[in-house]
Design a binder for this molecule. Structure first.
Ligand SMILES: [Fe+2]
Length: 307
């Protein structure tokens, strides 16, 4: 199974009609420019809708936080290698800057674009209900009816639980094997669709518009014109975090399925024992955001599931 690498572009934006209008207009154009590069293999763009409050540890948060003044956007792009992502930003800086500078009036924080390797994953292809019989027929004809995956609905009809963790340096192996066991246990839970464990390899300077001083001043001194000095301030591995940062990306049928499913690590004794070993590897976390995948180019799932 080939494993793509992932860039997650994060921004906090004003939560209003203008943001949604610009997102719908500019987002697809940026994706088209991105697809100029042969190393680009798909995308999944999300709006955050809330968090899982974890008892009352984050009691000020809730599963529906869509009435807040700002909204967080997480734009995943998938690449054969992170170097492809870096080349794409360098080669297409002018086009991307022109498109993105139209959005700057909406930005409260960001963009900030960490890059990740997939340490392990079990993510199904997306299947609309209308595709079910064809998919089932193919599995049946191949003599593998029990290999029929869960119905992972596309385009905003499912929920992502994105869970942040900082792990003690030297305990990565224990963390990763423990998480894998927790995810295997979730296979029995209604509404569970799949997961990826992402380990941060650094940050993309150009994806974060973090330019060297000359370029930064040019940007600030103009009304969104493309700067002549386009060099990024650092190379992505220079931003590799110590201690290591992980994102556990889970896919669920609905926010309720995510909450009650993940809750299993608190109220099922055996799941709690497994998860307890993961907790003991942590410096920070888990903090679980709920995301709605609004725009998808699902080709990365085919790549991930290819032999
Ligand atoms: Fe990017």
């Amino acid at each position: 199974m080939p494993k793509p690498e992932v860039a997650i572009n994060f921004a906090e934006l004003l939560n209003n009609e203008n943001t949604r209008k610009i997102f719908a207009q500019v987002g697809p154009k940026v994706c088209q420019v991105t697809a100029r590069h042969p190393g680009f293999i798909g995308f999944q763009n999300h709006f955050q809708t809330g968090i899982i409050p974890l008892g009352a540890r984050y009691g000020g948060g809730s599963m529906d936080m869509t009435e807040m003044d700002t909204v967080n956007v997480y734009q995943y792009t998938f690449w054969k290698k992170i170097e492809d992502h870096e080349d794409m930003h360098r080669e297409n800086f002018t086009s991307i800057f022109r498109l993105c500078s139209a959005c700057l009036s909406q930005v409260v924080y960001g963009p900030w674009e960490p890059v990740y390797e997939i340490r392990n994953a079990d993510i199904p292809l997306n299947t609309e209900l209308t595709d079910f019989t064809a998919m089932f027929g193919r599995k049946f004809a191949a003599g593998d009816p029990s290999g029929v995956p869960p119905i992972s609905m596309p385009y905003g009809k499912r929920t992502i639980a994105m869970s942040e963790h900082t792990v003690k340096a030297g305990m990565e192996k224990e963390f990763e094997s423990g998480i894998e066991e927790v995810m295997k246990d979730f296979v029995h839970v209604p509404g569970y669709l799949g997961y990826m464990v992402l380990k941060q390899k650094g940050v993309s300077a150009l994806g974060s518009f973090q330019l060297k001083a000359k370029g930064t001043h040019e940007v600030l001194e103009s009304n969104g014109e493309v700067p002549v000095h386009q060099e990024g301030a650092f190379k992505y591995p220079e931003a590799k975090p110590i201690p290591p940062e992980y994102v556990v990306h889970m896919e669920w049928a609905s926010p309720q399925d995510a909450m009650f499913g993940i809750g299993r690590v608190l109220f099922s004794h055996s799941a709690r024992e497994i998860h307890g070993r993961v907790l003991d590897t942590l410096i920070r976390g888990p903090y679980i955001r709920l995301l709605n995948p609004m725009m998808e180019g699902t080709t990365w799932r085919e790549y991930l599931n290819s032999p």
